[in-house]
Design a binder for this molecule. Structure first.
Ligand code: PLP
Length: 433
């Protein structure tokens, strides 16, 4: 068979460019990582050729002897990597990614229009936890279920558990979700368990961002308190792109989670599993049990703290005042600059991070913060000193962004921008939410 280069030099060249970009850039995207060669070999294997709807031993296609072995191996490693007793916990390793995994849980345990509470997106939650604006139900979760997000206490940047409790008593959710895309602290799982029990709700953790840290026991363990735990596999866990759903084997609130969740994955929302991904995931879960992985995750936390401390010493305001995990969220508003401008300037300097809303933000399009994470550059060998240097580079970028903002636009540009903002501007639909 012909190689990629022989068959399609165009695609090969884009991949080569992206490899170069990944190599050259200082990647501080909190949700990204560099997976290993071994994982990529497994993902690029012939397992992509096989259909295997169903579960090991119960397939709708023949020829699955090796696929069954692989999926069972992956399940066993998943339970071991998270220190779980196979008598008490089960896992489905077929979810195609984090958002499908979450929606599969919702369809497994909820009826349409049942009530859920997750952390609000502008306060660090994920779209798939029920995000909606006053005008629009943005995610499938808020379209098919009734969502009442909980929020942070804006004065501390920490989850407002008192308010969550009060709201839960009034709203009576059937599901409470602990987990975030931009929260630099641990969740108080015992407190959330109490709140869920007081209103008869399931408690689910979405540990997508922190699953590597959980496996290495360097942050609080959601399994001790939650009924269901979902995760992506490509963030701090450093595996291929995918998802997993862990569930308690004993019935919870009268629901057999094992069959409800397995049926929601297939045939509920998915068809054939991506067996090549499951093979890559099995490899990453083997690596996640190694002493080196624990050392790596400790370094991730130390690096994130070093980045946070340096930024604080440079005068930055951090949401929650610091970091206990892999990420740092900076509130740029006191400086009079927004996250979008800083992201753009740093992009030009090959520093990749993302603009992020911070508590109290008015606009999601021009948010007031930036989010940075340590997993990717820690994989590439960065230690505390390097992250301090990264903080200095970011500081330089912010100074440049501030100077660029101060440079007054010419009157022609000002007139044009007024036109763009006006209802007469014909080319783009204005988004005002
Ligand atoms: N859950 C959390 C907390 C996330 O941060 C993300 C992605 O960033 C997801 C779920 C969704 O994962 P995916 O993008 O793989 O659908």
């Amino acid at each position: 068979d012909n190689s990629l280069g022989d068959t399609d030099p165009e695609v090969q060249s884009i991949i080569a460019d992206e490899k170069e970009r990944q190599f050259r850039n200082l990647s501080l995207i909190a949700s990204e990582n560099f997976t290993s060669r071994a994982v990529m070999e497994a993902v690029g294997s012939c397992l992509t050729n096989k259909y295997s709807e169903g579960l090991p031993g119960k397939r709708y296609y023949g020829g699955n002897v090796n696929i069954d072995k692989m999926e069972i191996l992956c399940q066993e490693r998943a339970l071991r990597a998270f220190h779980l007793d196979g008598e008490k916990w089960g896992v489905n390793v077929q979810p195609l990614s984090g958002s499908p995994a979450n929606f599969e849980v919702y369809t497994a345990i909820l009826n349409p229009h049942d009530r859920i509470m997750g952390l609000d997106l502008p306060h660090g939650g994920h779209l798939s936890h029920g995000f909606m604006t006053p005008k629009r139900r943005v995610s499938g979760t808020s379209i098919y279920f009734e969502s009442m997000p909980y929020r942070l206490d804006e004065s501390t940047g920490l989850v407002d558990y008192d308010m969550l409790e009060k709201t839960a008593i009034l709203f009576r959710p059937k599901l409470i979700i602990a987990g975030a895309s931009a929260y630099p602290r641990d969740f108080d799982y015992p407190r959330m368990r109490k709140i869920a029990d007081s209103v008869g709700a399931f408690l689910m953790a979405d540990m997508a961002h922190i699953s590597g840290l959980v496996a290495a026991s360097v942050v609080a363990d959601p399994f001790e308190y939650c009924d269901i735990v979902t995760t992506t596999t490509h963030k701090s866990l450093r595996g291929p792109r995918g998802g997993m759903i862990f569930f308690k084997k004993d019935p919870v609130l009268g629901v057999d989670l094992e069959s409800a969740i397995n049926n929601a994955v297939f045939p509920g929302l998915q068809g054939g599993p991506h067996n090549h991904t499951i093979a890559g995931l099995a490899v990453s879960l083997k690596l996640a049990q190694s002493p080196e992985f624990k050392t790596y995750q400790k370094q991730v936390v130390a690096n994130s703290r070093a980045l946070a401390d340096r930024l604080i010493s440079l005068g930055y305001k951090l949401v929650s005042g610091g970091s206990d995990n892999h990420l740092v969220l900076v509130d740029l508003r006191p400086l009079g600059i927004d996250g979008a401008r800083v992201e753009k300037i740093l992009d030009l300097a090959s520093i990749t991070l993302n603009k992020n809303s911070v508590p109290g933000d008015k606009s999601a399009l021009v948010p007031g913060g930036i989010r940075m994470g340590a997993p990717a550059m820690t994989t590439r060998g960065f230690t505390e000193n390097d992250f301090e240097s990264a903080a200095d580079f970011i500081h330089e970028g912010v100074q440049i962004a501030l100077a660029a903002k101060k440079a007054a636009p010419s009157s022609k540009v000002q007139d044009f921008m007024k036109f763009v903002e006006s209802p007469d501007f014909p080319f783009t639909q204005r988004i005002s939410e």
